[in-house]
Design a protein around this ligand. Structure first.
Ligand SMILES: NC(=O)c1ccc[n+]([C@@H]2O[C@H](COP(=O)([O-])OP(=O)(O)OC[C@H]3O[C@@H](n4cnc5c(N)ncnc54)[C@H](OP(=O)(O)O)[C@@H]3O)[C@@H](O)[C@H]2O)c1
Length: 331
């Protein structure tokens, strides 16, 4: 697999990473631990060197899984994790609030180092901007951790452009991780130009539109009661029915190129900028192979023009977050 550079602080990773969240959290029940470990190790064998987790995935369980799975590959892969939710440090309960106070960031770093079984966190993102803590203080805390050798690179997730600029002025940001795909293109307005100007890499999360762009979800699909998509307005049966127009477009291009809709969705992201590294997630080996195959799919300028023109005609239905979570993004 080819590699890409994220930002100007020397973070080089495989062109596609693996989003590990869904192995433990958010999209239904956690997978069996040994199966999760096997999937992550299969990704390493196939050339993936970039793995995404967070303190809040579980909480803790996903970091522990990723740490155990990647222990034999220490130093050969990069693990990104995230701080910023107010997880009870004793019980591991997540009441849903934020906490990016500097002392908290430092405590989470120590705990994540242990769970991930590494000497330094390759990429440490603030998961959501905390309005109670100036971003300069957050960047300053991560700068201290970098100076101490406990963190290698700093990242932000779902931050607004002004916050990105302020943080970058204190400690260069290697990457922003925010939602971006043919299902959610808002970052094109202000975020991507800001990243380009500042030389910051972009890691699109939910690059398959939380599975919707693969063509395997329609209005009749039912999700496990613990699946986050049950509360996402964009995933109501009515919204899904309307949004299938976008999937039809991907299907058409995929059929012509002899690839799959998921591969077109990922290849489209890779074609946007050479400093974009999507992190699709899956719990299934055959889908991992399919998704990684996207790195070899070349979309021609004509394919890209066709996708642009056709997607402009699709009016996507439904917000990407319920209201209480929407408030946490773009600050
Ligand atoms: N920073 C943040 O706030 C944030 C938010 C969300 C996610 N993330 C990160 O981004 C990663 C990816 O995002 P995501 O999991 O939300 O969405 P995604 O990668 O767009 O989609 C994952 C979903 O698609 C399905 N899928 C994957 N490949 C498929 C294929 N080839 N064909 C059919 N279905 C397929 C998966 O189901 P199966 O498991 O059944 O294959 C899963 O339900 C996460 O793992 C996490 O690390 C970060």
């Amino acid at each position: 697999m080819k590699t890409r550079s994220l930002g100007s602080t020397g973070l080089n990773v495989s062109a596609l990473g693996l989003g590990c969240m869904g192995l433990s959290f958010g999209l239904g029940p956690a997978v069996d631990k040994q199966e999760g470990i096997a999937l992550i190790r299969a990704a390493v064998e196939k050339g993936v060197t970039f793995f995404d987790t967070a303190e809040v995935y579980g909480p803790w369980m996903n970091e522990e899984l990723v740490g155990e799975a990647l222990a034999p590959f220490k130093g050969r892969v990069a693990i990104a994790t995230k701080f910023g939710f107010a997880i009870d440090q004793v019980t591991g309960q997540n009441p849903g609030g934020l906490n990016s106070r500097p002392e908290r960031i430092k405590a989470v770093a120590e705990a994540s180092l242990k769970r991930l079984r590494v000497d330094a966190l390759d990429l440490f993102y603030q998961h959501r901007v905390d309005p109670e803590v100036p971003i300069e203080d957050v960047a300053g805390a991560v700068k201290d951790l970098i100076r101490e050798g406990k963190v290698k690179h700093f990242g932000l997730s779902e931050a607004g452009a002004a916050t990105i600029r302020k943080a970058h002025a204190v400690q260069p940001v290697a990457a922003l991780q925010s939602e971006y795909s043919l299902f959610w293109r808002e970052p094109e307005v202000e975020i991507i130009p800001t990243l380009e100007e500042l030389g910051i890499g972009f890691v699109p999360f939910s690059p398959l539109g939380k599975g919707f762009l693969t063509g395997k979800i329609d209005e009749t699909t039912t999700f496990d009661p613990t699946d986050f998509r049950n509360v996402v307005p964009r995933f109501t049966p009515e919204a899904r029915k309307a949004n299938l127009a976008l999937v039809d477009l991907l299907r058409g291009i995929a059929a012509r190129k002899g690839v799959t809709p998921a591969q077109v969705a990922l290849a489209w992201l890779l074609a946007q900028k050479p400093w974009i590294v999507p992190i699709p997630g899956t719990t299934k080996l055959h889908r991992l192979e399919e998704n990684l195959g996207a790195a070899a799919v070349e979309l021609t300028p004509e394919d890209l023009r066709e996708i642009q023109a056709a997607s402009e005609k699709v009016q996507l239905q439904g917000a990407r977050y319920p209201e209480h979570l929407q408030k946490l993004v773009g600050r």
